[in-house]
Design a protein. Structure first.
Length: 137
């Protein structure tokens, strides 16, 4: 199992995670970002990957596909020096510093951890809820 040491480790892959990564990298903190792999059955990028047209994000007057926006976040994070792992953090130990994060293949020792795992829409389960637009709660 590989071990990595870092000043900042970010867990998540949506807009907040990548914004944190960009700022940390620009501050020369050499962040590691774990974007997860099908965590909660959602691809890296979170709910944005399930969205078609994003029309309310600045800089894209004609809109942009959610997956394309996530790809741009990722590219910008990497451009500033963020190292991205497509692995899921499945265990953490925050009892003492350095904090410890574990995936199936590596351990990370981090001075600081930013948890930005987002949210998951929950479907309502009732007769007819899968028809048409469906129901969300």
């Amino acid at each position: 199992m590989e071990t990595h040491k870092t000043k900042v480790c970010i867990v998540g892959s949506g807009p907040a995670a990548h914004t944190a990564a960009i700022y940390a990298a620009r501050a020369e903190l050499t962040p590691l970002l774990f974007e997860g792999w099908m965590a909660n059955d959602i691809a890296p990028g979170g709910q944005l990957t399930t969205t078609t047209d994003v029309e309310n994000f600045p800089g894209f007057p004609d809109g942009i596909l959610g997956v394309d926006l996530v790809a741009k976040f990722r590219k910008q994070s990497e451009r500033f020096g963020t190292k991205i792992f497509t692995e899921t953090v499945n265990k953490v130990d925050f009892s003492s510093k350095p904090f410890k994060l574990f995936t199936n293949t590596r351990t990370v020792l981090a001075d600081a951890v930013i948890v930005s795992t987002g949210a998951v829409a929950k479907r309502l389960s009732f007769a007819g809820s899968g028809e048409g637009a469906g129901g969300f709660w």
